[in-house]
Design a protein around this ligand. Structure first.
Ligand SMILES: *Cc1c(COP(=O)(O)O)cnc(C)c1O
Length: 466
């Protein structure tokens, strides 16, 4: 058995442990180190026997062990620099929080808090009270409730108010968001019965009217967040739907998706329907996400009639969908920015969406200068006009004017530069176009430009051929 030779040459466990631990100021946790050694040796044993590979020497094996251990000692979930210009990047955690929201999380995390304790009356309170008054003040809704995310909000509304009964939805609004939230499936999960009406491009009021029967619980409107139907189209406006529902004594629920509290069209973003407008039109319940255009933590906000919300609050399912104290703390601080009428100044998402093209151009030129100062001939650097995206399934067709910094490395492809940036520390995410790496200053946070310049310099100095 010729293959057995190299297996015999593998070091003993204690020998490799000793080698991997050598020269460390702060010793590795002993159990973790032994586990790493066993893993590495077992993997090499298999590779030798099954693929006939040759193992590295003791130093090489020790390096593998240290990598295995260190990968488990550093946080896996960590900050990344988003240079893509996609403001609400779902894969990158959607909305970065305001300074105030982060401080609020830290305050309640470090100590006990009155999460479910009414300090005035000295008795048990409700976790939902902390943000309800803010939400009703801001929107004019009678009552409010917060759950884990908007998917949970829609599920809770359907389960509470339409289980076993019919829910009328336009065929143009049977959306799928992010691969896992699909209106027909959420409806099925809740035990409600989907009654599709109209066609993909056109749904009229009389489509809804014909569908309403004795089994109808609600008319559900869903905001087509991440797509648009163009050309000859027709969807029914909220107020018409509300009038129809009132005549037939059913309710209207609207899943707004993004849920903007301020009209961003004066900054050239949108128009996107606001929460206030839907409620003013008489919609009985609206739901939306906390971490899209609102700019807060992941949450599902439910606003509407007090009587209906009471039914939701009594549903046992709420217990499984409830938010924790960190979410409530961050949400309260986020909503306070709106009450103080300074949301556009203090919430990162709104800052990024409303920053002027002039300011972005200035930032791009500054970034270009900083990069030019330390990259030399390794990379051609230019600035050019481009477009950023709102992301997060909001305003899918909208391009916000921006200025991009374009990098064309001399000895690397754009794809390999992007890969090095992604695997660097901190990781940097970019877009690629026509063999150029593009950096959009819109989604850079304060202090990140310097880190970005260092990251690009490090990625280019790694060596490597095109
Ligand atoms: C984003 C979105 C959802 C899902 O919201 P999450 O907060 O991600 O659960 C549901 N409906 C619509 C219309 C959306 O845009």
């Amino acid at each position: 058995m010729a293959k057995v030779g190299p297996v015999r040459q593998l070091p003993a466990v204690h020998e490799l442990v000793k080698k991997a631990a050598a020269g460390r100021e702060r010793p590795y946790p002993a159990g973790l180190l032994t586990a790493a050694v066993r893993q590495v040796l077992a993997a090499w044993r298999r590779a030798i026997l099954e693929q006939g590979e040759t193992p590295p020497d003791l130093d090489g094996l020790a390096r593998e062990v240290r990598q295995w251990v260190e990968a488990r000692l550093r946080p896996n979930l960590r900050p990344v620099i988003n240079a893509t210009g996609v403001v609400l990047h779902t894969n990158l955690g959607r909305a970065p929080l305001s300074v105030e929201a982060c401080a609020a999380i830290e305050r309640v995390a470090r100590s006990y808090c009155n999460l479910e304790f009414n300090l005035e009356e000295g008795k048990r309170g409700s976790r939902y009270d902390h943000v309800e008054r803010l939400l009703t003040t801001l929107t004019g809704a009678e009552a409010a409730l917060v759950v884990n995310n908007n998917a949970a909000a829609v599920l809770l509304v359907l389960d509470s108010l339409a289980r076993g009964r019919e829910v009328v939805v336009s065929r143009g609004e049977l959306v799928e968001i992010g691969g896992s939230f699909r209106i027909p499936e959420v409806l099925a999960r809740s035990g409600a019965i989907l009654k599709e009406v109209g066609t993909t491009n056109k749904t009229h009021l009389w489509d809804y009217e014909r569908a309403i029967g004795s089994e109808t619980a609600m008319l559900l409107k869903v905001h087509p967040s991440n797509y648009r139907i163009m050309g000859f189209t027709c969807q029914v406006a909220d107020d018409e739907l509300v009038g129809l529902a009132a005549r037939h004594k059913v309710i209207v629920v609207e899943d707004l998706g993004s849920g903007a509290l301020v009209d961003l069209s004066r900054y050239g973003v949108g128009p996107e329907p606001t929460v206030q407008a839907s409620l003013a039109a008489g919609v009985d319940i609206v739901t939306f996400s906390g971490d899209k255009l609102l700019g807060g933590p992941q949450a599902g906000l439910i606003l509407g009639r007090a009587g209906l919300l009471r039914t939701l609050k009594e549903n046992q399912l709420l217990r499984a969908l409830r938010v924790d104290k960190f979410t409530l703390a961050a949400l309260e601080a986020t909503l306070q920015a709106y009450v103080q009428e300074e949301a556009e100044q203090t919430l990162p998402v709104l800052q990024m969406l409303t920053v002027t093209p002039d300011r972005l151009q200035q930032q791009a030129v500054d970034l270009q200068k900083q990069l030019a100062g330390c990259l030399g001939a390794e990379c051609a650097i230019a600035v050019r006009k481009g477009g950023s995206r709102v992301g997060g399934g909001a305003l899918p067709l909208e391009e916000l004017p921006t200025t991009l910094v374009e990098l064309r490395p001399a000895r690397l492809s754009a794809a390999s530069l992007a890969e090095r940036l992604r695997r660097g520390d901190p990781p940097v995410l970019v877009h690629i176009q026509e063999d150029c790496v593009l950096l959009d200053p819109r989604t850079l946070q304060v202090g990140e430009a310097e880190l970005l310049v260092e990251a690009v310099a490090a990625a280019l100095s790694d060596g490597g051929e095109r």
